[in-house]
Write a protein that binds this ligand. Structure first.
Ligand code: ADP
Length: 258
């Protein structure tokens, strides 16, 4: 399938990228990076060529959640293009790998920096580029959506009512930019106790309501899973550690919709 890119100046380094998926949340800490990374490796295990761009300048997660041998991005001195670093077959670009004071960190504004990294990275031939968006719907998010021909958005939220109000903003932003929101991942949705009961510590309903109100066709509920968090901290995503587990099955279902 060709790149659906109707921008006048398609970014050179993105020309071989077939799908660009924005994984977004409106608040920090809801599990956006966990979702991005596990979704990326799920797609990889399904046989796709995948890259991840960690666009969170202030709290880059990829350096903790993955373990590339080479933890610094390489920049070609002549062309200025950035080569992604790699972990388990997935190309990775993160501000956390840029190195303090390196050439690619020059530039006064976050939007400028993001722009530079987005436009100078040579991604090569990819089926999916997953964008781990910074939380929120401000200038930086807009810049990313304007620079990148995003094909679909996955919105991550928690079941809380409070989350709903913020998530709504995000879905509206994508809708204004005509990016289809293909799935809502309601993260930390529940956990099953040893007593056989299902507990919902953060309430329920937010994910379903977003889908109903905004016509998002797919809702996925990811339970609270301590291993998901533990794997994030050790630098090896859970879907790689336990590819046949329940969590991997849910990410597999998300991957089938992007
Ligand atoms: P965000 O990118 O939205 O800031 P993270 O992906 O960094 O959120 O997740 C925040 C914290 O919650 C991390 O410590 C992560 O390991 C943990 N976490 C995320 N999703 C789950 C889950 N489903 N079960 C248990 N812990 C989770």
């Amino acid at each position: 399938q060709p790149v659906t890119n109707d921008m006048p100046d398609a970014v050179e380094g993105l020309k071989g990228v077939r799908h660009i998926i924005a994984v977004s949340s409106c608040k920090g800490g809801v599990g956006k990076s966990t979702t991005s990374v596990n979704l990326a490796y799920t797609l990889r295990m399904m046989g796709a060529k995948v890259g991840i761009f960690d666009a969170d300048v202030f709290g880059p997660s990829l350096p903790t959640m993955t373990s590339p041998e080479q933890a610094v991005l390489q920049m070609d001195k002549e062309t200025g293009s950035i080569t992604p670093t790699e972990y388990e077959g997935v190309g990775i670009v993160s501000f956390g790998f840029a190195g303090q004071g390196s050439a690619i960190m020059r530039g006064p504004m976050v939007s400028g920096l993001i722009n530079q990294m987005l436009t100078t990275t040579a991604w090569g031939d990819l089926d999916y580029l997953i964008i781990d968006m910074p939380p929120g719907t401000g200038d930086v998010q807009l810049t990313i959506c304007q620079v990148l021909p995003i094909t679909a958005a996955v919105v991550v939220t928690t079941p809380q009512k409070l989350a709903f109000i913020d998530v709504e903003k995000g879905v509206r932003m994508f809708s204004k930019l005509r990016v289809p929101c293909v799935a809502v991942v309601e993260n930390m949705s529940y956990f099953d106790g040893d007593d056989g009961k299902r507990y919902k510590p953060f309430g329920e309903g937010s994910g379903q309501r977003i889908c109903d109100d905004y016509g998002v066709p797919n809702l996925f509920q990811m339970p609270i899973v301590p291993d998901l968090s533990a794997c994030g901290d050790t630098g090896r995503p859970l879907v790689l550690v336990d590819p046949a587990g329940d969590v991997s099955t849910i990410y597999g279902a998300v991957a089938a919709k992007v």
